[in-house]
Design a binder for this molecule. Structure first.
Ligand SMILES: Cc1cc2nc3c(=O)[nH]c(=O)nc-3n(C[C@H](O)[C@H](O)[C@H](O)COP(=O)(O)OP(=O)(O)OC[C@H]3O[C@@H](n4cnc5c(N)ncnc54)[C@H](O)[C@@H]3O)c2cc1C
Length: 285
């Protein structure tokens, strides 16, 4: 298994800038995120404040970023990280694909995550609540699970779970049709209000469920890595983008306002250079 110098989680301007600078400094980089780069970044119709591009759009900027990555031979590993473990000197990054990645340092560049936890979610995480179908499906073989899906992409996870579990309740947290069918799948159009051991309570009923899969576009940083200092939705860093955890850095919207491309890219650059310094220092010890 490869041990990367730096794992960058997130393919927005923060993560891309960090990956590019780390590669310039000859560090091995694992860049994990979406293949089309950040979907948030692509939403801006007109950008007037990114130096060198007097009038551009999020889509155009993302295409330029992709070309930059391609020109430097930096691939995007398409995965979503559900947990980061400090293994003493290295970090293990659990992907939703089931893959486990290893790196000596980590840059958190996941953008800002707004969804609040469902009551009971934090307390039962790891013992009845899961963020990763691929990782935890085997625990629920022949059992009943509920899947709370925050985007249509999660329907594939629901379908996968229905191959393992005896019954799947699927709760879409988005508008539009759900294309999931199967004898053991029931689509429930109600809001989850509480997760209890063995039960999901919604605004109009209660469902027996051995496990509840909460599948969001991203995991809140404090839940991703144990002991990380946060302030609300934001990760606390110093001016070198160092978090309270040695070897873990953060950049972009995740560190706080203003939410801006250039701020994310600038912090990504600082993050990578701080990471390089950290790696060089720890190598000497
Ligand atoms: C409509 C709109 C218009 C905007 N206009 C402007 C503008 O004109 N000027 C300006 O400066 N800014 C603008 N912004 C803000 C700008 O888009 C953000 O500030 C910028 O994209 C933040 O970059 P980032 O790298 O921090 O995070 P993001 O761009 O949010 O990227 C985060 C990436 O991390 C990935 N990710 C999240 N969690 C995980 C995980 N667990 N594992 C793997 N990958 C993960 C996400 O999928 C995403 O690809 C606009 C935003 C919007 C929505």
């Amino acid at each position: 298994m490869s041990v990367y110098d730096i794992a960058v989680i997130g393919t927005g301007p923060g993560g891309i800038s960090a990956a590019v600078t780390a590669a310039v400094r000859n560090k091995s980089v694992l860049l994990i995120g979406e293949k089309g780069l950040s979907s948030k970044m692509r939403k801006a119709k007109e950008i007037l404040n990114y130096p060198g591009f007097p009038r551009t759009s999020g889509g155009e900027l993302a295409d330029r970023f992709q070309a930059h990555l391609d020109s430097m031979g930096i691939p995007v590993t398409e995965d979503r990280i559900t947990a980061v473990y400090d293994m003493g000197g290295t970090f293990g990054l659990q992907g939703r694909s089931g893959e486990m990645y290893t790196a000596r340092s980590v840059i958190l560049a996941m953008g800002v995550v707004s969804a609040a936890s469902i009551p009971g979610e934090d307390e039962l995480l790891g013992s009845g609540v899961s963020y990763c179908a691929t990782c935890d499906a085997p625990l629920y073989r022949g059992k009943t699970v509920a899947v709370i899906g925050y985007s249509p992409d999660e329907e594939a996870e629901g379908a996968f779970l229905s191959e393992v579990a005896s019954k799947v309740y699927y709760l879409p947290m988005y508008k539009g049709d759900v294309s999931l069918d199967g004898d053991n799948i029931e689509v429930i159009h109600s809001r989850p209000v509480r997760i209890e051991r063995g039960r999901l309570v919604t605004d109009d009923a209660e469902y027996e469920a051995d496990g509840v899969f909460v599948l969001r576009e991203s995991v809140a940083p404090a839940k991703l890595i144990y002991g990380l200092e946060t302030d609300g939705a934001h990760v606390v860093t110093d001016r070198q983008m160092q978090t309270n955890l040695k070897g873990v850095f953060a950049c972009g919207d995740i560190t706080g306002r203003p939410y801006q491309y250039i701020k994310a890219a600038g912090e990504g650059n600082v993050c990578a250079l701080s990471c390089v310094k950290y790696l060089d220092e720890t190598q000497k010890m």
